[in-house]
Every structure is written in structure tokens, then in C-alpha cells.
Design a protein around this ligand. Structure first.
Ligand SMILES: Cc1cc2nc3c(=O)[nH]c(=O)nc-3n(C[C@H](O)[C@H](O)[C@H](O)COP(=O)(O)O)c2cc1C
Length: 136
């Protein structure tokens, strides 16, 4: 298993409809492929955590890099993991968050999962919290 975390910015021409159809396809595909994590959309930027089988994540991330709907993609963390961090978040389903109040559910989950003995949790929590708090 592995987990990748990156940030990027909206491409210039991206409108509300584009975002809505992106959210729909992301949630659907990730459910099919058993990819867990979150996509947080705030202030015309994306923050995504993708977690799953190594091959699935590498294949997906290669597609995401090439996607014209965003620019300035920067990978901020990549780690191999024994167990999923997001298995028990949102009933194990991939979640997309596009406002500050719904990010509170994620922060609450982090407070709970922090107690698990999981080497990369602290790093993921710090990165995500920084993004959420800077994009209130
Ligand atoms: C910010 C961003 C995040 C994305 N996240 C995912 C994702 O989590 N899962 C996914 O299947 N596609 C995601 N996509 C879309 C992929 O880049 C790609 O369009 C999609 O996997 C379909 O690829 P295909 O047409 O080659 O099957 C994302 C795109 C963007 C711009």
C-alpha cells in the first residue's frame, strides 16, 4: 500500500460545472478501485491524499499529473504504508471536501486516528491541517 499527498491550482478555464463533474468521477472511480483518502478543494486549489495498492496509486497519479484541469502540481509526500490511514474515515469511501465546515469531520477523524500506532499519520495530519487552516 502507499499514500501520496499533493497540492495544485485550478487551470485558468475551470468553472463550477467542471468541478462538479470532476468530483463525481473522482468519487465513482475511487470507489471502484478501492482508493481511499480525500480531495479538498478551496480557494481555487486542490489538496489530495490518495491511498491504495501501489500499482493503482502509481497508475492514477500518472494520469493526474497529465490532467489539464490543474497546474503547478507539487507532490508533498509519498510513503509506503502497511495499513490504510483512511479505512475508517467516511465509511471507507473517498471523500471530497469543498468548504471549511465539512473539513471539520476530517479534523475530528484525525484527532481520533492519531492514537493509532502508524508512522506516517503525524506527517499527513500536519500537512492536511496546514492546508485547511490556511484555506478557511
Ligand atoms: C485535482 C484532480 C484530482 C483528481 N483525482 C482523481 C482521483 O482521485 N481519481 C480518479 O480516478 N481521477 C482523478 N482525477 C482525474 C484523472 O486525472 C483522470 O482524468 C481520470 O482518472 C480518468 O482517466 P481516464 O480517462 O484515463 O480513465 C483527478 C483530476 C484532477 C484535476
Amino acid at each position: 500500500m502507499k499514500v501520496i499527498c499533493y497540492i495544485s491550482s485550478f487551470a485558468n478555464n475551470l468553472n463550477k460545472d467542471d468541478i462538479n463533474s470532476l468530483i463525481k468521477s473522482v468519487n465513482l472511480y475511487n470507489k471502484e478501485k478501492n482508493i481511499t483518502g480525500v480531495l479538498i478543494i478551496r480557494n481555487k486549489s486542490f489538496f489530495q491524499i490518495l491511498e491504495g495498492n501501489i500499482i493503482d496509486i502509481d497508475t492514477l497519479y500518472a494520469k493526474i499529473i497529465e490532467d489539464k484541469r490543474h497546474i503547478g502540481l507539487l507532490k508533498i509526500s509519498e510513503n509506503e504504508i502497511e495499513d490504510r490511514i483512511f479505512n475508517s474515515y467516511n465509511s471507507g469511501e473517498f471523500d471530497t471536501i469543498d468548504n471549511y465546515s465539512s473539513s471539520k469531520k476530517l479534523l475530528k477523524y484525525f484527532n481520533w486516528i492519531r492514537n493509532a500506532d502508524h508512522p506516517v499519520i503525524e506527517e499527513i495530519i500536519t500537512l492536511t491541517k496546514n492546508y485547511i487552516l490556511h484555506n478557511k
